[in-house]
Design a protein around this ligand. Sequence first.
Ligand code: 0PR
Length: 426
Amino acid sequence: MDEKGLPEESIFNELGFFSESDTNYKKVLSSMCTIPHPIAVKAYQQFIHTNIGDPGLFHGVCEMEIKVIEMTASLLSHSNPKTAFGHLTSGGTESNIEATLHMKNRFLEKHFNANNNADDTNNANNTENTKNTSNAGNSDNANNFKLNLVLPKTAHFSFEKIANLLDIELRKADVDSASRVIPESVYSLIDKNTIGLVGIAGNTEFGEMDPIVELSKIALQKKLPLHIDAAFGGFVYPFISSGTQHPNSFGFDVSGVTSVSIDPHKMGFSVIPAGILVFRDASFLNASLEKIKVKTPYLTSTYQSTLTGTHPGSAVAATYAVMKHLGREGYRQKVADCMDLTHHLQKKLEEVGFKPYIEPKINILTVQIGDYEKTNRIRSKLLKEHGWNISATTTVPALRFVLMPHVTKEEIDDLVVDLKKVLDAD
Ligand code: 0PR
């Protein structure tokens, strides 16, 4: 750090230089984020100094957070949104971490109970089971076996971090040709050490939704929590116009669903960082919250049970503002615009001979142009020679386009011309 500070003007000249290297979202069809709504930006600025980690100082943002959770629960078809429990996070990764942490704590509480009180439904303190390291039945061998989480193989890579962080095994269930998880595969992976199930509403690569109702049946039968990762699809599926044959239920109207992750900083058009984690109600969490709860004697609250300490109230305000400003009607229109872009790209690609890999349900389109090597080569030529940011899928070789509101039809037309050029020269 320099001894002497610089005047404002030279700082902003320098910032301008850095900013030039950042995208302004032109030619970006790889991102699940977009330019935030101006209302969100304005609200963010108004609350820039607020810290929701010290709630006693910021009653206003705390009240807004409660309202955001209530609005979100209602969007997720909760029958009594006021009883939903949740908070804002930094995004899908943090929401998934916390949801999984609660599943793990709930499992440990149920089977090992913090005070070693035997849960005889699972044979705790049964000496037989102390010999069996794969049996979650005894507190003495709590460290001798690995807990597992059953999730679709299309799940976001944040779960890889979670596996490492929480020391759990990921059991990846097979998916069908439309990238939707196969319920029988999920069922077959469950055992005594399974802490819960995950379903996805809008998977990262294809935007597809898993058969949540089927997953819910399994969860209820096996008495397991079911977390839905709707980080991207949560603000899309509820606004897809009816008439599509897609079953849009993935929220709290599906009885086995215990928690949902949904990101305002993606299709919610709020600022970064804004994620939301909502639970059907707090009862599922009681024991777990106790476990992660820490005393905060010198703050205005007596304890904290969120993963982060200091976190931005500004993101809460931005999210509240944009949700209130757009309303369901506004989101429906924005989603319709994104779908219009998606169908425009689909038509343009079909004109040059490419059909989508999966008929797009939401604003993500994938197209197969060859094997992995060719796909990566074309992708990198599109960037190097023409400046297009496109991603590629990993579960099948395909180019992937995310049609966010910053994309225009003119851009799409230019992109398809450039893609054709690159393919012809390859
Ligand atoms: N769950 C799903 C289904 C996701 O698609 C993502 C992110 C996450 C969880 C994790 O969310 P956070 O990144 O908010 O923690 N999916 C995007 C992706 O990996 C994130 C992204 C967004 C990446 C914008 C790049 C980008 O420019 O593609």
